[in-house]
Design a protein around this ligand. Structure first.
Ligand SMILES: O=C(O)c1ccccc1NCC(=O)[C@H](O)[C@H](O)COP(=O)(O)O
Length: 269
């Protein structure tokens, strides 16, 4: 079993447990349907922002512990003040050390799009995503059937949530696109081998239809890489480790965005 299969198997068990303790009927009652989502799509395309989706991630299967003592409040506010376009909050506990409260904390202190980064295998989690105040879900093509991707994205839309579809290769892209998807992310990390290569984004860029906002995910370590990815048509950049390995991720993010804007000024001078 590879790590993705292991995570997915664990998720199914986790959802079954949650459902038995807190069934959909109760979850539905906890949702305020009048609350308006903030559009990840629109914020990524705002010209006064960097396009960066800054992630809060304590640990990961590929790196182990990254930042055990992160302050979600300080980091999320700092990321947004630094010029990030949106936040990504990993809520998976077992493999990433996250929790739903991380997202509700980020929500409490920020008016910006928040992507709930988790492993969706069941509609229950989409209801839960709405109930904790996120604006977008992630659907991982490598973990789902194309029929499920459509069903989940349609359900998310009915709740006012946007969907970021994550693919790693042409085959996943061809099998998974549908009219309910808002953004397509190319994960530069192969979730089976953990190999990271920006070439994954570059090679798929032109295969993604222009109606979808293109996001490059993982392994973005330098502002120069963002310039290269922008040339290929990417507008969103999901960054976790590069910031989270610092004891003050928000400061690392601010320096990164400052360097990026200097490079862009030079490019257009
Ligand atoms: O990061 C991992 O090791 C990982 C392993 C298995 C499934 C998913 C994993 N990561 C989730 C992500 O997609 C990243 O957190 C996200 O794209 C940011 O990547 P990075 O900037 O490299 O932290």
């Amino acid at each position: 079993m590879n790590i993705l299969e292991e995570i997915i198997a664990h998720k199914h068990k986790e959802v079954a447990e949650k459902r038995s303790l807190f069934p959909e009927k109760l979850l539905e009652q906890s949702i305020y349907y009048g609350s308006k989502s903030v559009s990840l799509r629109k914020y990524i395309q705002r010209e006064d922002k960097s396009g960066i989706i800054a992630e809060i991630k304590r640990k990961s299967p590929s790196k182990g512990m990254i930042n055990a003592h992160v302050s979600v409040e300080r980091t999320s506010i700092g990321y947004m003040q630094a010029g990030a376009s949106a936040l990504s909050v990993l809520t998976d506990q077992n493999y990433f050390g996250g929790k739903n409260e991380d997202l509700t904390t980020a929500r409490k202190f920020n008016f910006c799009p928040i992507l709930r980064k988790d492993f969706v295998v069941d509609e229950y989690q989409i209801l839960e995503t709405k109930s904790i105040g996120a604006d977008a879900i992630l659907l991982i093509a490598a973990a789902l059937e194309s029929k499920q991707i459509k069903q989940f994205a349609e359900f998310a839309k009915s709740l006012g949530l946007e969907t970021l579809l994550e693919v790693h290769n042409q085959q996943e892209l061809d099998a998974s696109l549908n009219e309910f998807i808002d953004l397509v992310g190319v994960n530069n990390r192969d979730l089976k081998s953990f190999e990271v290569s920006i070439e994954a984004s570059k090679s798929l860029a032109h295969a993604i239809p222009n109606e979808f906002v293109k996001v490059s995910e993982s392994g973005i370590s330098d502002p120069e890489i963002i310039l290269e990815l922008k040339q290929e048509g990417f507008e969103g950049f999901l960054i976790g480790e590069r910031f989270m390995t610092s004891s003050r991720p928000e400061k690392s993010c601010a320096r990164f965005i400052e360097q990026l804007s200097q490079l862009e000024k030079k490019q257009y001078a």
